[in-house]
Design a protein around this ligand. Structure first.
Ligand SMILES: NC(=O)c1ccc[n+]([C@@H]2O[C@H](COP(=O)([O-])OP(=O)(O)OC[C@H]3O[C@@H](n4cnc5c(N)ncnc54)[C@H](O)[C@@H]3O)[C@@H](O)[C@H]2O)c1
Length: 370
């Protein structure tokens, strides 16, 4: 039987969900968005087969309703969907879960399961929707004691059919986890950039003089305030707790500096090295000590990157990761290639050298922790 999916909110996420459900789950997809331009974009891109200007019409007869509206609109759109589609399972994809799950009361709690796919883009709108957005992504689902088991099982299977990995989690635990792994890093990125951007040091602009570590630490600074203000406020309790803990841990480092406590600093850095190794293990599904990063300076010229990737492909070297840094027409930039294993890294260096670039290989996990 064909799954009838209704998508409420046809932006980047809702549009991508519609595309993915049509292509990967052969679903029949209807949609609702209050914005005519969003409806037109979703139809144009094939995210939905029909786009309504009325939520009630869009969700009528649906088996599954997925609410993909902005955070501030979620609770109202979820309760409207539950009322307008009394047989349907209703889910959402909002970035915070506690408030949304708590907003559903009574017998409807059996039909609502909160969700949050850990993927996305910085762009907005269904014109940027892609069907593969969810492939390989963790997709948190937040069933509670009242959740109907069959509905949860079906939703779990649907999410998996889109290529995502469904993981069940308590809504409060979800928000504490995301506060630590996503929202606190966003806060700190903004803090770092604002601190460095606030003034000059002896006439020098710290931002202009910053290097790779600053850039890596601040990639998400200044990210879309329309989304992030809502996320920070919606998850303010868990985020505030994470910031307080961060302040306490910063105070330990401050005390070690004031006391000249080299032992503390060394243990503390080694501990971070160990944690980072585990993070890399999870990211690459390989032993991190096998992973080697090769950096090379290359000119800003057409064909440079393809020349390198094609040579590596011909040598059957698998590129685990690839990044470009700091490209300017005059100075070129640096490429970073991550490969697995000593043999592959030596061959990569020699291929780069044969093309006239000087390359430096560094083990990704750094030195083993003492
Ligand atoms: N963008 C990401 O990276 C990402 C990742 C995970 C989760 N999310 C969540 O997805 C949701 C949507 O984000 P997006 O990136 O697709 O934003 P978007 O701006 O691309 O799309 C939001 C759409 O919702 C529509 N909308 C506004 N009010 C509505 C209402 N009352 N009912 C129905 N639709 C309404 C807007 O017209 C717009 O088309 C947010 O709740 C966000 O927390 C986003």
């Amino acid at each position: 039987v064909t799954l009838r999916l209704a998508v409420v909110g046809l932006g980047l996420m809702g549009g991508s969900l519609g595309l993915a459900a049509r292509e990967r789950a052969a679903a029949e997809v209807s949609g609702y968005d209050p914005d005519p331009a969003a409806r037109a974009a979703a139809l144009e891109r094939g995210c939905v087969s029909i786009a309504h200007d009325d939520l009630v019409a869009a969700v009528a007869g649906a088996d599954l309703v997925c609410v993909c509206a902005p955070i501030a609109e979620l609770s109202a759109a979820i309760s409207a969907s539950l009322a307008a589609a009394p047989q349907a399972t209703v889910t959402d994809i909002g970035s915070t879960k506690n408030a949304v799950v708590a907003s559903v009361a009574g017998p409807d709690r059996a039909r609502f399961v909160g969700g949050h796919p850990i993927c996305g883009r910085e762009v907005r709108g269904a014109q940027h929707a892609v069907p593969d957005l969810f492939v390989g992504a963790t997709w948190f689902l937040t069933p509670v004691a009242d959740t109907d088991t069959r509905r949860y099982r079906d939703l779990h299977a649907f999410v998996a059919s889109l290529g995502a990995e469904p993981i069940a989690i308590d809504p409060g635990a979800h928000d504490r986890l995301l506060a630590l792994t996503s929202h606190l890093p966003h806060v700190i990125a903004n803090l770092l950039v604002n601190q460095a951007g606030a003034g000059r040091i002896d006439g020098h602009d710290p931002l202009a003089a910053s290097g790779g570590s600053f850039r890596d630490m601040t990639r998400v600074a200044g990210a879309n305030p329309r989304i992030w203000v809502d996320i920070f406020l919606d998850n303010r309790e868990a985020l505030a707790a994470a910031i307080r803990e961060h302040r306490r841990l910063s105070d330990d480092v401050l005390a070690a500096l004031e006391n000249g406590d080299a032992g503390f600093l060394a243990r503390w850095i080694a501990q971070a090295g160990g944690h980072r190794r585990r993070a890399l293990e999870a990211a690459y599904e390989r032993r991190p000590e096998e992973m080697v990063q090769i950096d090379a300076h290359v000119p800003d010229k057409p064909g440079v990157i393809s020349g390198i990737t094609q040579a590596l492909g011909a040598a059957r070297i698998n590129i685990e990761d690839f990044e470009l840094h700091h490209f300017t027409p005059e100075r070129g930039g640096t490429i970073s290639i991550v490969v697995a294993g000593l043999a592959a890294s030596e061959e990569t260096v020699s291929i780069l050298e044969s093309q006239g670039y000087s390359a430096i290989a560094t083990p990704l996990a750094g030195e083993a922790a003492p």
